[in-house]
Design a protein around this ligand. Structure first.
Ligand code: FAD
Ligand code: EPU
Length: 329
């Protein structure tokens, strides 16, 4: 049996009967022929294991990034699924390509980025996504997905719905501007910084630097404190409930969404009294209440139980259901 503790950023200890690391298409297909029910894992930064697995784990570890010129000063960058997302961001920055700077330091693999449609500081990966290559596990054939086919939404995609469990993403392509394009400084702390420092020009590298500093000030480093980033999604509620809540709580952070009003889950959890709360080693981060943490010895079950306790209290207090962003197994 193999301990999955080094393979998940929550740092919980559960066992799997087999773990296979695949770096080539051939190895992936061979592994799937032997273990068709295997769990696919990237960097384990969005998963909470609550019990030992009966099935083997396949870790996607193919490497490589290539570029090709695209039309109108655009460059197509294709990265292997097993690459670290932040290495891709840094690589793009080193070539003076724009777009991914707001997504610096997310501890994702490239392959998992389209699944969640990762996002941060005003940008989501779908804004620059061009296509991805995936293996259809139902017949072991390769399929190219266009942006439209991926049906991206807020922390959502085709791969979390109809395509769930069927496709393994192997390569992802982004099309990035090579000339200073419109940079995104809409996120309040970025906007404030450039307003307070008019002598400093926003550049992709400067934005990346600021995003990294903001992230380090709020989000725990998984190598020091186990976590999987935001545990819940920011809920989207009906306009009417938002109006009622705003009357009661004038400081409730809300954002317009296509299908209602998005509410800051971190605020709800803090107001429900959980910020900095611990039950043993499972707790809520003291600087960001949307992040559940493992001080070292918590089991996945303890963290999952805490998440249910939070959901109940938030629902009782605000009539809002929090939906986990993290995959709980
Ligand atoms: P894993 O956790 O390994 O897997 C997640 C799911 O995807 C699993 O169901 C797995 O089976 C499946 N999967 C993984 N790889 C593949 C593949 N190649 N093909 C098919 N299925 C696959 N997310 C954000 O969006 N924005 C943030 O700002 C952000 N900040 C974070 C900060 C911290 C400190 C941490 C720990 C996490 C953060 N996250 C953030 C969450 C997380 O990094 C993302 O959800 C990321 O995309 C998960 O990637 P992974 O490779 O770790 O996936
Ligand atoms: N807030 C509180 N208390 C808290 C935490 C947050 O009141 O303890 C308030 C903040 O004051 C702010 C608002 O909530 O007004 C939003 O907080 P923040 O900007 O920190 O972002 P978030 O909504 O909590 C989201 C993403 C993050 C992403 C950041 C930055 C989700 C679920 N989370 O967090 O993504 O990095 O915005 O864009 O959408 C992740 O998905 O794992 C993740 C970390």
């Amino acid at each position: 049996m193999i301990d999955l503790k080094p393979y998940n950023t929550f740092g919980v200890s559960v066992k799997t009967p087999h773990l296979i690391t695949v770096e080539s298409k051939k190895a992936l297909i061979e592994a799937l022929r032997l273990h068709p029910n295997a769990l696919i894992l990237g960097k384990g930064s969005n998963i909470l294991f609550t019990k030992d697995l009966q099935q083997p784990v396949i870790v996607i570890a193919n490497q490589g990034i290539t570029t090709e010129n695209w039309e109108n000063n655009l460059v197509k960058v294709t990265a292997a699924a097993g690459e670290s997302w932040d290495d891709l961001v840094q690589y793009a920055l080193s070539l003076d390509l724009c777009g991914l700077e707001n997504l610096s330091l997310i501890p994702s693999s490239v392959g998992a980025a389209p699944i969640q449609n990762i996002g941060a500081y005003g940008v989501e990966q779908n804004q620059f996504f061009e296509s991805c290559l995936a293996l259809d596990c139902s017949n072991l054939t390769w399929v190219q997905f266009s942006k439209e086919e991926c049906q991206f939404g807020y922390r959502n995609s085709f791969f979390k719905n109809e395509g769930k469990g069927r496709f393994i993403i192997w390569e992802v392509s982004y099309v990035l501007p090579s000339k200073a394009a419109e940079l995104n400084i809409t996120y309040a702390p970025l906007k404030n910084y450039f307003e307070e420092h008019p002598e400093i020009q926003p550049t992709p590298k400067k934005i990346a630097e600021l995003v990294i500093a903001i992230r380090k000030s709020k989000l725990p480093d998984p190598s020091k404190l186990g976590n999987a980033g935001s545990f819940f999604k920011n809920p989207v509620i009906e306009e009417e409930l938002a109006l009622q809540l705003r009357r009661e709580f004038s400081d409730l952070p809300t954002y317009p969404a296509s299908d209602g009003v998005k509410v800051a889950a971190g605020w709800l959890i803090e107001k429900a009294g959980f910020k900095g709360y611990f039950n043993g080693d499972a707790g809520v981060h003291e600087k960001q209440a949307l992040v559940l943490v493992n001080k070292g010895g918590a089991s996945g079950k303890e963290i999952a139980n805490l998440s249910v306790q939070i959901q109940k209290k938030v629902f009782d207090q605000f009539r809002i259901r929090l939906e986990p962003e993290v995959t709980i197994l």
